[in-house]
Design a protein around this ligand. Structure first.
Ligand code: PMV
Ligand code: MG
Length: 355
């Protein structure tokens, strides 16, 4: 384990099911975005952690800026020890902020940092870390920090692909940890080897399914260049989430899964449209002026567009069912000051020259 190891972690964007997924048992469809953060790790005599987010390095002395990474290191150290790994200090460098000209994209950076750190440490010790275990360990880090998210970002980025994710009851898991007299703020220190194993072995009640759509489309990401903080948006929007929104969104998500499977373009179109309408009626902070423009740019084209994730800025997505339509919406976005951040052809594309 003397060598330097390099790992990476990507980003994610919601296609459908955002906000609804905060309620346990609801489903979301989340697309992996292969724009990566990188980490390099090697053994060292003392701990040294350096992220390009901050102009200084730290060891494991608690530091507010580095708390997320440090807590990940503590949890992973506890886990590795529980598995009989002899842990030792390392030098960890993290780079590749999800931003352009100092403005963040909003494709999932805090979750990515946790996954990246876990992957780096696993690589250092040549310790195999399957996607599901990676997901669970990352969830424990975020739940112990009191994160208010659904963990859907972790599911998608850990599995590195388009997934459907059914959420679990994070509060129940946190309570369970507390019931066992664990201090939530120091979960890693409190969890004895066996306890950590027990928690990881429980049925948390989520489901993560990798998807390979039979439907052909171009997936497009438009970036509004307006940074948004999901945590704050969740706090503003949460109280509006009710049974009508949940039922309608779940139906739209399930319909979209069928549409992917059965290559049903009309159903994909209508289900994403319904998911978008439900977001629009949920709270006015979601569709900013720019996101409304991003959506309106679909008019008259074989394209369906919507806000993605918490909204209030960041990114929107579109599924284009013809190459010319994809080009036209990108042109309209550019006119409105919306950057094409990423595009990917999915399934067998109709416009491809045959033979
Ligand atoms: O804005 P994003 O891409 O971080 O997505 C947030 C999605 C929410 O459902 C609003 C919150 C969550 O953690 O699921
Ligand atoms: Mg966002």
């Amino acid at each position: 384990m003397k060598n330097k190891k390099a790992v990476q972690a990507g980003g994610k964007l919601y296609i459908a099911g955002e906000y609804s997924i905060l309620t346990p048992g609801q489903t979301a469809i989340i697309q992996f975005i292969p724009i990566y953060m990188q980490a390099e790790i090697q053994p060292a005599s003392t701990y040294r952690i350096q992220s390009d987010m901050f102009p200084f390095a730290v060891d494991l002395t608690p530091n507010t800026d580095y708390a997320l990474i440090q807590e990940t290191v503590h949890l992973m150290n506890a886990y590795l020890q529980s598995q009989g790994v002899a842990i030792s200090p390392f030098d960890l460098r993290i780079g590749g902020k999800f931003e352009r000209e100092g403005k963040k994209f909003g494709i999932g950076s805090s979750g990515s940092v946790v996954l990246l750190t876990l992957k780096a440490m696993a690589a250092l010790y040549d310790f195999p870390l399957p996607a599901d275990l990676l997901f669970r360990l990352a969830c424990l880090v975020l739940i112990q920090r009191g994160d208010n998210g659904s963990m859907g970002d972790l599911a998608c980025i850990a599995y590195e692909g388009l997934v459907s994710y059914r959420s679990f009851d994070r509060r129940a898991l946190a309570d369970q940890l507390q019931d066992q007299d664990f201090d939530r703020r120091a979960l890693a220190d409190q969890l004895q080897d066996q306890d950590l194993d027990q928690v990881l072995a429980l049925d948390w009640g989520y489901e993560i399914r990798p998807l390979s759509p039979q439907l052909s489309y171009t997936f497009l990401v438009g970036w509004t260049q307006e940074p948004a903080i999901s945590r704050d948006l969740i706090n503003r929007v949460r109280s509006a989430i009710g049974p009508v929104f949940l039922k309608g969104t779940e139906q739209a998500v399930q319909d979209l899964l069928v549409a992917f499977q059965e290559a049903d373009r009309d159903l994909a179109w209508s289900s994403i449209g319904r998911a978008s309408d439900l977001l629009l009626s949920l709270n006015e902070v979601i569709y900013t002026k720019k996101l409304a423009q991003l959506k309106r740019a679909e008019e008259g084209l074989k394209v369906i567009a919507k806000s993605s994730g918490a909204g209030g800025g960041d990114c929107g997505i579109a599924l284009a069912f013809e190459e010319a339509a994809a080009q036209e919406i990108v042109r309209r976005w550019q006119e409105a000051g919306i950057d094409l951040l990423y595009s990917e052809r999915m399934g067998e594309y109709d416009d491809q020259p045959k033979g």
